[in-house]
Design a binder for this molecule. Structure first.
Ligand code: UDP
Ligand code: MG
Length: 141
């Protein structure tokens, strides 16, 4: 399944009023939204979602930030969705992100970088399943 990816419009983007503009970028880039939820993650959810980064120096700050306010989680569909979405969002550090990418235009800092994108098909499947049941996705309704 290489046509799905998982995205988060992170709390900084929501707080800064960029939810609508980022959704517009998603639609303009021809991703099909299979599922979307506005949630506020608990600290435990954020820790579970980013478990791969446990032990890294930024883990504490990252999980505190991700549970600091509302965010939108999305399941997206497009051909080669993982790669296409990583290209649309740009480099992790907005200072390195290419012009026209979401992180270049909307990120606050390396930590508060507006959006998340899965890094592989395998992780996309896991990350979608972390927040959505299959039955909740439009493709299955
Ligand atoms: N992050 C951070 N400092 C770092 C690296 C990452 O605060 O030095 C945060 C940032 O929010 C990033 C997230 O941790 O988006 C996950 O890091 P990863 O390396 O997986 O980057 P991504 O896949 O989000 O581009
Ligand atoms: Mg990552």
């Amino acid at each position: 399944m290489n046509n799905r990816t998982f995205a988060i419009i992170k709390p900084d983007a929501f707080r800064n009023g960029y939810l609508g503009q980022i959704l517009d970028r998603i639609i303009q880039a021809d991703f099909r939204i299979l599922g979307a939820k506005l949630i506020r993650m608990t600290r435990q959810q954020a820790e579970g979602f980013y478990a791969v980064h446990r032990g890294k120096p930024f883990y504490e700050e990252l999980t505190r930030f991700m549970s600091s306010g509302p965010c939108m989680v999305l399941a997206l569909e497009k051909e080669n969705a993982v790669t296409a979405w990583r290209e649309t969002i740009g480099a992790t550090n907005p200072a390195d992100a290419a012009p026209g990418t979401i992180r270049k235009d909307f990120a606050t800092s390396l930590g508060e970088n507006a959006v998340h994108g899965s890094d592989s098909d395998e992780n996309a499947v896991k990350e979608i399943a972390f927040f959505f049941t299959e039955a909740e996705l439009i493709a299955n309704q």
